[in-house]
Design a protein around this ligand. Sequence first.
Ligand code: HEC
Length: 155
Amino acid sequence: MKIRFITALIGAVVISASLNAAPAKSEKHAAAAVQFRQAMLQLVRSNVGALGGMAKDQIPMNAATLEKNAMRIEQLSLMMDDYFSVDTRNFPVETDALPGVWEDYADFQSKIVALTTAANELKVAAQQGDESSYKAKIGAIFKSCKGCHDTYKAE
Ligand code: HEC
């Protein structure tokens, strides 16, 4: 009985966490989706600069900054599914998103999850003061950017 309840609960969480992609309803809708996702990614970018600098010893490691920026990246990554689930392929929008995003949306979602996971792990490490793992965890975030861009973003 208890197990069935927990299974149902996990099922509900999984369903609510993953949207299916659907075509944009109009050119205006598609343009807005592009604008939002690019703005969100610019905010992601604004939070990785310091992490890169720390990983390369250009600026001192700072646990408070690591925690704050990792938390922001985690939160921003949770918006990616919302904005990318609007399939903009049918409209003449200016985008670097490749058509593959919506050809295998489940795979694209798995790349989002990789970023969410990497950001969460850096946040937790910073909260715990686990200094020896900082560089590896920062590296995992950058790896997840590249892991998605290589397949789904035009140069
Ligand atoms: C799940 C896939 C995915 C992940 C993960 C991802 N990106 Fe992207 N990114 C994209 C796609 C697709 C575009 C093209 C969006 C468009 O032009 O509509 C993009 C575009 C961008 C842009 C340009 C936005 C603009 O103004 O046109 C920046 C900057 C960016 N990403 C930074 C990052 C950084 C930094 C990370 C890692 C912390 C990251 N991205 C992780 C898929 C991803």
